[in-house]
Design a binder for this molecule. Structure first.
Ligand SMILES: CC(C)(COP(=O)(O)OP(=O)(O)OC[C@H]1O[C@@H](n2cnc3c(N)ncnc32)[C@H](O)[C@@H]1OP(=O)(O)O)[C@@H](O)C(=O)NCCC(=O)NCCS
Length: 280
């Protein structure tokens, strides 16, 4: 089996197509998550490694010490994992969904062992059950417009961290990375015009699955339902564009429970959890 080695920029569309073709509630990868992972920061800041592809599987060194794997054909998955490990750091970590037995078996066969680590729980929502958008008085929620990458990246950093890699230049590039659409990237605007909460939703047209990634609200406006409003509004826009299922992947362990509570309050239902494996 010939494994093709490509830089992530060239590989991304093929990786997204395979993730969409193989997507099910039991699989880790969504085209929008891959776009976010490949473009949330400026390329020099992310240190992204190459991807290794065959028709039915890929392995991506998201960094020299972090491996992502996609595929359900055992021989194909083994081939791409083997190729990636030939270029990885000595110690490398991989995360899968607990349901991805083919990927897990390939990692175990290549010397990985499961390690304790914060885990994430995939949550799903039938978008027919999405509640109405409720915005507190004085606030407004709307879609981002082309050219607003500077403000959009700022509201993300203000909620997450001033040292976040999500710079204006990075967000401009992200906005040019399919399947990004401004129509499903929503912000909450405070009465004074400041952007205070945000939610980006990624609609995969192949599956109709709309991934929520990421969500944020600045501390000064917390617990007023603004992250909820941004999320419900962006998901509603995705549903209007044909999405049928919402997906979000918050932390599942007890150390950071707030986001999972937020999504469950919207109606998301927990599904499979991630597992972490390490080699070296
Ligand atoms: C998590 C975060 C998005 C919440 O934003 P928010 O606008 O305050 O959230 P909401 O007001 O819509 O809260 C909805 C529900 O989420 C839960 N929640 C939100 N913040 C919480 C907290 N700090 N502790 C516990 N539960 C919390 C509650 O159930 C809340 O409902 P309630 O206020 O009626 O109890 C915000 O704190 C944030 O940006 N954090 C940093 C980035 C992050 O972790 N993003 C989410 C992961 S993608």
């Amino acid at each position: 089996m010939t494994v093709q080695r490509l830089d992530i920029e060239q590989a991304l569309p093929r990786m997204q197509a395979l993730a969409a073709r193989l997507w099910s509630p039991e699989s880790r990868h969504h085209p929008g998550q891959l776009a976010w992972s490949a473009a949330y920061g400026e390329p020099e800041a992310l240190g992204l490694g190459p991807a290794f592809l065959v028709d039915d599987a890929w392995a991506w060194l998201e960094s020299a010490d972090w491996l992502e794997v996609c595929g359900t054909d055992p021989d194909a998955v083994r081939a791409v994992v083997r190729a990636a490990l030939a270029e990885s750091a000595d110690e490398v970590t991989a995360s899968t969904l607990e349901t991805e037995t083919v990927a897990i078996d390939a990692l175990l066969d290549h010397g990985f062992t499961e390690v304790g680590s914060p885990w994430f729980t995939h949550h799903l929502l039938d978008l027919a059950d999405l509640p109405d958008v409720a915005v507190p008085a004085g606030y407004d929620v709307r879609a981002v417009r082309a050219g607003e990458h500077e403000q959009r990246s700022k509201v993300h950093r203000d909620a997450w961290s001033p040292t976040s890699k999500v710079t204006a230049r990075a967000y401009e590039r992200l906005m040019a990375t399919p399947p990004y659409r401004p129509a499903t990237d929503h912000v909450v605007v405070a009465p004074d015009g400041e952007w205070v909460a945000s939610c980006c939703v990624w609609l995969d047209e192949t599956t109709g699955v709309a991934l929520v990634e990421p969500v944020g609200c600045v501390d000064a406006h917390a617990r007023r339902g603004l992250a909820t409003a941004a999320s419900v509004s962006a998901l509603t826009a995705a549903r209007d564009l044909g999405a049928t299922t919402g997906l979000v992947c918050p932390r599942g362990d007890d150390d950071y429970p707030a986001p999972a509570r937020l999504y469950r309050r919207i109606g998301f239902v927990p599904g499979a959890c991630t597992r972490t494996y390490r080699r070296g």
